[in-house]
Design a protein around this ligand. Structure first.
Ligand SMILES: *Cc1c(COP(=O)(O)O)cnc(C)c1O
Length: 226
């Protein structure tokens, strides 16, 4: 099926699940994950009204931003691991980073963000699946990184992000998300600008929305398998 049709279906699915949990219309934003996909696919999605795109690899992200800089209101979200030698490229070219999990990278991104641009929007990546992935801070370490990020002038903390290990059922997936949702709520109670809980991929979109997601990151269901 085509990208335009896929997008329409994903949007409908998001609103269906969202309304089932009685949250307001549009409470869940859609990030289209275009990693490894050609620029033509991004243009097709853009022409179908999609504005938020997610990329995992720095050089690929930069090339795509440059090629599509003429498209108005397009927004680039970095969702891959950031090595310190690539932080400058991210700070200079992207609108969002979802995968901040180290103090050193936070400091570099803030220092390297050009003054001519708005502060870089960031989500702190939280590790909620134990040892299965090395990325993300553990919940016990979250507050320390929050305190640092909010002290940095060129970063704007927007919320939390996670990539949990896939579970065998939707109920189990929802259960795994609960500690993250609690942490998100307490962060929101602390800070007025927190509005993003970045959870949900093609395989667990419904469980993530049921667990309070405000931004799902969807690749395969829009662009096909990689
Ligand atoms: C690739 C990727 C996605 C999209 O995954 P799909 O299963 O294709 O929807 C979302 N988030 C992150 C961090 C990714 O790396």
């Amino acid at each position: 099926m085509g990208i335009a049709t896929n997008l329409e279906q994903v949007r409908k699915q998001i609103e269906d699940v969202n309304s089932q949990y009685q949250r307001e219309l549009g409470a869940v934003r859609l990030l289209a994950v275009s990693k490894t996909k050609p620029i033509a696919d991004i243009i097709t999605a853009y022409e179908s009204g999609q504005r938020l795109f997610g990329e995992n690899y720095v050089q690929e992200a930069i090339d795509k931003c440059a090629a599509l800089s003429h498209l108005e209101h397009i927004e680039w979200h970095f969702i891959g691991p950031i090595q310190s030698n690539k932080s400058r490229l991210v700070a200079e070219n992207l609108d969002w980073v979802h995968t901040l999990d180290r103090e050193k990278i936070a400091i570099r991104l803030s220092e390297q963000r050009p003054e001519s641009l708005a502060p870089l929007n960031v989500c702190i990546q939280v590790n909620i699946s134990g040892e299965e992935t090395k990325s993300g801070v553990h919940l016990e370490e979250l507050q320390a990184l929050v305190d640092l990020v909010i002290s940095l002038p060129n970063l704007q903390l927007r919320g939390l992000m996670a990539i949990p290990a896939p579970q065998s059922s939707e109920d189990e997936q929802i259960r795994v998300y609960q500690p993250l949702l609690q942490a998100y709520k307490s962060l929101q109670a602390q800070l007025p600008n927190i509005d993003t809980l970045s959870i949900g991929m093609s395989g667990d979109m419904e469980a993530a929305i049921a667990s309070g997601s405000t931004m799902v990151r969807i690749g395969t269901a829009i662009f096909g398998s990689r």
